[in-house]
Design a protein around this ligand. Structure first.
Ligand SMILES: Cc1cc2nc3c(=O)[nH]c(=O)nc-3n(C[C@H](O)[C@H](O)[C@H](O)COP(=O)(O)OP(=O)(O)OC[C@H]3O[C@@H](n4cnc5c(N)ncnc54)[C@H](O)[C@@H]3O)c2cc1C
Length: 775
């Protein structure tokens, strides 16, 4: 990193910029002048212009990164001082156990925390939250560490990770059969303790190392869910540490909004520090089984449709089951609460229709079935080491039949069978007439998928680095399967998180109908997003204000940690040393110091460059559009044409600038379409109205006449004729230059059959529009 910055600063363009900034600015202004005078620039000059913009963006990014790093390092040092003063146990990157705690389950996604706190009490968690909040470091709880997207590490570098697995106690009250569970217990330990202490159980997933917290707070589906519901259905109360470091209790009667939000989207609202679970009696007779299905490309669709009908109408509550598929086989496996005879009778209607027979089954007790599906030691706490490298996607579906079933099957036996990595999928029977998941009151928790029949995960594993080209395999499977579905017919499961999706799409697919209320609650309890990760829930804009206290009548005292502040002189000296370090071989040359402070990077280079950018007074000029293989001529002329015309695209009072209309042709590669770089907020130019905050929104619209209104591009839904928001960010007016934001709109051209392009009788998509603006 240091080397890159040094190269950027001292490379071919570096000294020229420093010495000739005036000349450099005037060249750039001339380019702008030509844009404004003529309205349309020639293809060559616009191309050059875009190139200048790109180089500038890269350069600015270099400096921004350097300064951001500097700030982050300062915060990290202060954070560590704070944790030390507060006596919260924590690890720094040179600690012996650092590797164990910092390495994720999914090794495809490794992130470096600022520090890892290892609390053993609720007060430690409170103090750690307070330290993170005080020093501007995002805080992320990590329980079992099994998030598919490494969200337990924050899904990015630099978080204060609160590793909870030293707090794993499970205590069952044998009078009430209510269990009190610490937040770092793992599922296997929970199952073992509940059984041991009183022959009790709750419903949960199969992997014993998965943390109770991540699992329960976002759903929790397993081999007892058809009979007993989701893991979160067994929670009756919780102790939560909020972003303001207060401790609150929540349940159906106490802070019910928080309780509702925590059960389905808990990672966004606070740190669950203790749970109260009701429990059920562990069943005495449990039969696990598997049955091979002799499916092939021509029979699998009928098989899936038979499975759908069986799951919807026939499958008894005592049966819990999933379909598994790979390049080699299809099978169903599961657990029946009863004996072998009961199992055979329960499965008969399905096997009659789909072929296949039970190949393996055994009746035992509750823990035998838990052990069978754990496929590993059950009673595990810490230390815990298990890793894989993979990419995974999920789907929650109301059904798979007709076109969607045939799309799924074609992809399975066509595209997927050519992929040589180890991949598989599982279709859990999640809903249906007799399912406890479907029958539970959908309003009690924020889990948004109770109306879905199937819970699917698609899993593609690699040994060694996951290939860049691998992603399109599962992305394509999902987009093919959902191509013909209404947006309300499908969603995704955050417990199989995929952080490659943009934030808006992710929030919609993971939290569906619950999202608006979740965003309101987020605005109340964590408006500054202390508990942030790249696909976390955004606070509702209009409500975001300092956190409302949910503390009980006798509020727990807000924890404040006092740390000896460094003097300005000490901080300046640190900064000077750091800047000298990053200046590379040229030493401190290029950095000017005034009174011992490094100012040249800020004034000499940074300001000149920034004032150049600030001089650009059109949104078109500051949106650099990377068009991949699209004809530049077509797009840039449209881009500049639109420069001065703000269009009320979405109603009066909302200014949106239509940027481009992109013809759509199948067979083109997926590409990056829009990148808004260093957005100029120079009010003097009159483009942006003066106001406290500007919200920039980017919309896209599929130009389809088809009134069925479905999503054809990626996973973002856009109904025919109405734009869908794909990205949004809010920035204060005071800033003249806003940071880089980009949105990757992935086109999956395979979705559009060649013969449908331009077909007016059955209009499909033939172009997309992107609009951006500020409100
Ligand atoms: C091998 C394997 C098998 C799995 N099997 C199943 C299955 O059968 N059924 C199923 O439904 N899922 C299953 N999952 C998915 C699993 O449920 C999720 O990945 C779950 O979120 C993991 O929880 P964790 O605590 O281990 O993960 P972590 O990575 O520690 O946490 C996951 C998320 O929860 C947040 N979080 C953690 N602790 C807290 C807390 N105390 N308060 C608030 N937020 C918190 C984290 O910040 C993060 O966002 C499986 C995953 C793996 C890797």
């Amino acid at each position: 990193m240091k080397q890159n910055i040094a190269t950027c600063f001292y490379g071919r363009d570096g000294p020229i910029m420093q010495k000739h900034t005036t000349h450099w600015r005037s060249v750039a202004n001339r380019a702008l002048y030509s844009v404004h005078k003529k309205g349309i620039v020639s293809v060559t000059s616009s191309y050059k212009f875009l190139n200048i913009m790109r180089s500038l963006a890269v350069l600015c990014l270099g400096f921004a990164v350097a300064f951001a790093q500097e700030g982050a390092e300062r915060n990290t040092t202060a954070l560590r001082d704070c944790l030390e003063t507060a006596k919260v146990p924590f690890y720094e990157s040179d600690a012996k156990d650092w590797e164990d705690y910092a390495s994720p389950f999914n090794e495809r996604l490794e992130y470096t925390p600022a520090a890892i706190a290892v609390p053993t009490t609720i007060e430690h968690i409170q103090l750690a939250v307070s330290c993170g909040s005080e020093h501007g470091v995002k805080v992320t709880p990590k329980a079992g560490g099994h998030s598919y997207a490494s969200l337990g590490l924050g899904g990015e570098d630099g978080h204060l990770v609160i590793q909870l697995d030293h707090m794993y106690n499970v205590t069952l009250d044998t009078e009430t059969n209510i269990a009190t569970v610490e937040p770092g217990a793992r599922l296997g330990h929970l199952a073992a303790e509940l059984f041991e202490q009183g022959n009790r159980a709750i419903s949960h997933g199969t992997c014993p190392g998965v943390g109770v917290s991540g699992h329960v707070l976002h759903g929790g589906f397993g081999m007892a869910s058809n009979t007993h519901g989701l893991a979160l259905d067994w929670v009756i109360g919780m102790t939560v540490i909020l972003a303001n470091a207060t401790v609150v209790e929540c349940s159906e009667s106490q802070n019910p909004d928080l309780f509702w939000a925590m059960l389905g989207a808990g990672s966004n609202f606070g740190i669950a520090a203790s749970y109260q679970f009701k429990t059920f009696e562990a069943p005495a007779n449990v039969t696990w089984f598997s049955a091979q299905l002799p499916w092939n490309h021509s029979t699998a669709q009928a098989g899936l449709e038979a499975l759908e009908s069986y799951a919807k109408n026939t499958m008894p509550a005592e049966l819990n089951m999933r379909l598994s598929g790979s390049s080699r086989s299809a099978s169903v496996e599961g657990v029946y609460y009863g004996d072998g005879e009961g199992l055979e009778a329960a499965l008969e209607p399905l096997l009659n229709k789909t072929g296949g027979s039970i190949s393996d089954a055994e009746t035992g007790g509750w823990m035998d079935a838990v052990e069978h599906y754990a496929n590993a030691e059950v009673d595990v706490t810490y230390p815990y080491e298990m890793h894989e490298t993979f990419y995974s996607k999920s789907l929650t579906l109301k059904g798979l039949n007709g076109t969607s079933a045939s799309n799924f099957v074609d992809y399975w036996y066509g595209t997927a069978s050519n992929v040589t990595r180890i991949w598989w999928f599982q279709i859990d029977i999640h809903g249906g007439k007799n399912s406890a998941v479907s029958k539970a009151d959908p309003g009690l928790t924020s889990y948004a998928h109770r109306d879905k029949l199937f819970l699917i995960q698609l899993y593609d594993r690699s040994f060694g680095t996951y290939p860049e080209l691998g992603f399109e395999f599962l992305d394509g499977w999902v987009s093919n399967t959902t191509a013909d579905m209404a947006p309300s017919d499908w969603g995704m499961y955050i417990n199989y998180a995929d952080a490659r999706m943009d934030r808006t799409t992710a929030q919609n697919v993971y939290w569906g109908v619950s999202l608006p209320r979740l965003q309101e609650i987020k605005a109340q309890v964590d408006p500054t997003e202390l508990f942030y990760y790249p696909i976390s829930i955004e606070p509702a804009m209009e409500l975001a204000q300092p956190a409302k206290s949910l503390a009980p009548e006798t509020p727990a005292e807000t924890v404040k940690v006092k740390v000896k502040a460094k003097t300005i002189a000490e901080l300046d000296e640190e900064l000077k040393l750091k800047l000298e370090e990053i200046s590379g071989e040229g030493g401190a040359a290029g950095l000017e110091y005034e009174n011992g402070k490094a100012v040249a990077m800020k004034r000499g280079v940074k300001e000149n460059m920034f004032s150049f950018l600030a001089a650009m007074d059109s949104l078109a000029a500051i949106l650099s559009v990377i068009l991949g293989s699209i004809s530049l001529k077509e797009e840039t002329s449209k881009l500049y044409d639109a420069t001065n015309s703000w269009k009320p695209l979405l109603g009066t009072g909302q200014n949106f600038l239509e940027i481009m209309d992109i013809p759509f042709s199948p067979g083109e590669p997926t590409r990056l379409l829009l990148q808004a770089t260093n957005i100029n907020n120079d009010n003097a130019s009159g483009n942006l109205p003066a106001q406290e905050m500007h919200t920039i929104r980017v919309y896209f619209m599929e130009n389809i006449g088809d009134c069925r209104g479905r999503s054809l591009i990626g996973t973002t839904s856009s109904f025919a004729g109405s734009p869908a928001m794909i990205s949004q960010w809010s920035l204060p007016s005071k800033k003249n230059l806003w940071e880089t934001h980009s949105y990757k709109l992935s086109l999956a051209p395979t979705l559009v059959p060649e013969n449908m392009i331009g077909n007016t009788e059955h209009p499909y998509i033939d172009s997309i529009s992107i609009a951006a603006g500020t409100i």
